[in-house]
Design a protein around this ligand. Sequence first.
Ligand SMILES: [Fe+2]
Ligand SMILES: [Fe+2]
Length: 188
Amino acid sequence: MDYSEAKKLVKARLSEKRWTHTKNVKKMAVKLARRWGTDPEKAAMAAILHDSAKELPKQELLQIFADNAIIAENAPARPSPVWHGIAAAILAETQWGITDPEILSAIRCHTTGKPEMSKLDKIIYLADMTSAERDWPGVDDLRALEMQDLDRALCDALKRSIDFVEEKGGSLDPESVAAYEYAKAHLE
Ligand SMILES: [Fe+2]
Ligand SMILES: [Fe+2]
């Protein structure tokens, strides 16, 4: 599937609001890819697909995991807010002909991060948090930082997400904590 096919497919799967978010994530991801010297086409593809499973019912996400148990790993045991990234990566790989492991990884870990993130993983994670329509307090600081220091921005972003989940009393995915600990330990 090429980029314009991916765009059509995803647009048809999302509400207007989430499609706008997706287009904004794509713009930010391409900007960050250019800034940090990674392939803007890969960034665009990962960004356009990242939330492609976000509006599927939980039952359907669980069915995708059941049908692809090996690739899904422990997904069903993880908090449900992270399911859509894993499911999107599975659909991209098994149904939509996306074979690039870097694109699949960036889609899969976009909600939590993970230890040892690639540059593309970091870019998609940050683009999702700093896309044009995001307006959480501090987003402008992160927008400035991600253009200056990708790793420090990632570390900040991971910490903010963990704090946000904890404030809301949501269940924290151990992968988020592992991602943050790794990022923090590897600054400088
Ligand atoms: Fe998402
Ligand atoms: Fe998103």
